[in-house]
Design a protein around this ligand. Structure first.
Ligand SMILES: NC(=O)c1ccc[n+]([C@@H]2O[C@H](COP(=O)([O-])OP(=O)(O)OC[C@H]3O[C@@H](n4cnc5c(N)ncnc54)[C@H](O)[C@@H]3O)[C@@H](O)[C@H]2O)c1
Length: 266
């Protein structure tokens, strides 16, 4: 009897069959997990990170797939993003998906926030998405591909001591809608993902240094736990794939119920 899964169109729509995808922030956390899930589904992973030392693993083709490549670039720099596109264009004329994960945060109170701190977070988290989208749009259009941008639940609500971060993430949500609005007619989709608390090296460091508390983060969700990076990555890769062919302009919340929960009442 023929295997009903071998040519199942639903499963096929999740597969990338060697198509190239770019992931920024690929060296750690959610970006690294995206690379792994893309590789599982047959994509050619092109991982980008500002920190070359943590990108070495991308060359491990056993994990990231046969043709995986690593690129060192600061995606907040217009010049670096332009040069990255030139390097990638030498080998690929089109890209199936660009996933913007690179980001950082700053827990400074609004009153003490310096202009250069504000500018750094906005450049790393938000301007990078603008630069990557503008630069790679022609290559993504050639495949009628998609963009997936990592925002945050912190882009949907206010959080003390997170002015620049929350503003940058809210900006990503509407920049994504704006891109979707302008590119939909060429068959290109753009969506953002709003993860809740996710156990990545960055979050672990903040627990270790006492800047935040793991139990509190867990108790703010309905599921009572943090997400693994893979739980976010699976949604990202679904949105990038043909399985999500009618989703565009959306902000998909993946937060274990964090944002629908305002806490117990007496
Ligand atoms: N971890 C969470 O709880 C959480 C929740 C919501 C949203 N997010 C978002 O998910 C993304 C990934 O977070 P993470 O927790 O995996 O962090 P992480 O620090 O583990 O990984 C971020 C990666 O981005 C890279 N990066 C930073 N600036 C860069 C730049 N200018 N150019 C290229 N690469 C750069 C870093 O080197 C690092 O490898 C971020 O955008 C973050 O805001 C994380």
């Amino acid at each position: 009897m023929a295997d009903r899964h071998s040519d199942n169109p639903t499963l096929a729509s999740l597969r990338f069959d060697g198509a190239p995808v770019i992931v920024t922030g690929a060296g750690s956390g959610i970006g690294r997990a995206c690379c792994e899930v893309f590789a599982d589904l047959g994509a050619t992973v092109l991982g980008v990170d500002v920190d070359g030392s943590i990108l070495e693993g991308i060359a491990d083709t056993a994990i990231y797939g046969e043709n995986a490549k690593a690129f060192v670039a600061d995606v907040s720099s217009e010049e670096a993003v332009h040069s990255l596109a030139q390097q990638i264009a030498k080998d690929y004329s089109s890209i199936a998906s660009v996933v913007n994960v690179a980001g950082t945060n700053d827990n400074t109170s609004f009153r003490s926030l310096k202009f250069d701190q504000w500018n750094r977070i906005l450049a790393t988290n938000l301007s990078s998405v603008f630069l990557m989208t503008r630069e790679f749009l022609p290559m993504v259009e050639r495949r009628r591909g998609s963009f997936v941008n990592i925002a945050s639940t912190y882009g949907l609500v206010g959080v003390r001591n997170n002015t620049s971060y929350c503003t940058s993430k809210a900006g990503i949500i509407n920049l994504t809608r704006q891109v979707a609005t302008e590119v939909g007619s060429s068959g290109v989709r753009a969506n953002s993902v709003c993860p809740g608390p996710t156990l990545t090296p960055r979050r672990q460091l903040s627990f270790d240094e006492g800047r935040s508390n793991r139990l509190e983060a867990e108790q703010r969700t309905l599921l009572g736990r943090m997400a693994s990076p893979a739980e976010i990555a699976r949604v990202v890769v679904f949105l990038a794939s043909e399985a999500a062919s009618y989703i565009t302009g959306a902000a998909i919340v993946v937060d274990g119920g964090q944002t629908v929960f305002i806490g117990p009442h007496d």
